[in-house]
Design a protein around this ligand. Structure first.
Ligand SMILES: Cc1cc2nc3c(=O)[nH]c(=O)nc-3n(C[C@H](O)[C@H](O)[C@H](O)COP(=O)(O)O)c2cc1C
Length: 167
């Protein structure tokens, strides 16, 4: 199954994460797509998708994802497995930590998609997050500002998890 890796090619941390994710898959397995110019056709051409969604503007999606939302709301994502990673800042924005991840997750489910790649909330300190589902985040939460040293392992573990969950 070919995986589409959607992220902004001009984002900083999100693109850095994408490069790391690419190290865990071959180019036959994973195809990068620029989220800034993504079309519904590109989105629908994969049955397994990884979305890079950082949080901006006090708990909002970045502009490039926000602009895709109207098109996304017209798609039927039944049968698609979607994993989302999101960079945030738990000290700077403790009330909105990785909210963008949660906003995108809700949209994906609303359109019939199946979320994979949930991870534990343990090891993070924040007040609230839209990405929280019980004791898990509905994707991978990364914090380059405060926990940069943990990212490499978190990404590696998540890619291992996705390998089995995308099957
Ligand atoms: C203006 C601004 C607003 C932000 N708002 C949030 C936020 O609400 N929640 C959060 O977790 N992180 C927030 N962040 C932190 C970013 O999500 C974090 O720096 C992330 O790594 C950015 O990823 P990118 O460089 O790939 O866009 C904000 C950062 C800035 C500069």
């Amino acid at each position: 199954m070919k995986i589409g890796l959607f992220y902004s090619f001009h984002a900083k941390k999100t693109a850095q994460t994408a490069k790391r994710i690419q190290e865990h898959f071959s180019s036959e397995e994973l195809e990068p797509v620029n989220a800034e110019t993504v079309t519904p056709e590109q989105f629908m051409s994969f049955n397994a998708l990884i979305l890079g969604v950082p949080t901006w503007f006090d708990g909002e999606l970045p502009n490039y994802w926000d602009e895709f939302v109207p098109a996304l709301e017209d798609l039927n994502l039944t049968g698609k497995k979607v994993a989302i990673y999101g960079a945030g800042d738990q000290k700077g924005y403790p009330e909105n930590f990785v909210d963008g991840l949660g906003i995108m997750a809700q949209l994906i489910e609303q359109q019939g998609g199946t979320l994979v790649g949930f991870t534990s909330c343990e090891g993070y300190t924040y007040e609230s997050s839209k990405a929280e589902r019980g004791h898990q985040f509905c994707g991978l939460a990364l914090d380059y500002e405060n926990q940069a040293s943990k990212n490499k392992q978190r990404i590696a573990d998540w890619c291992d998890q996705l390998r089995s969950e995308f099957k």
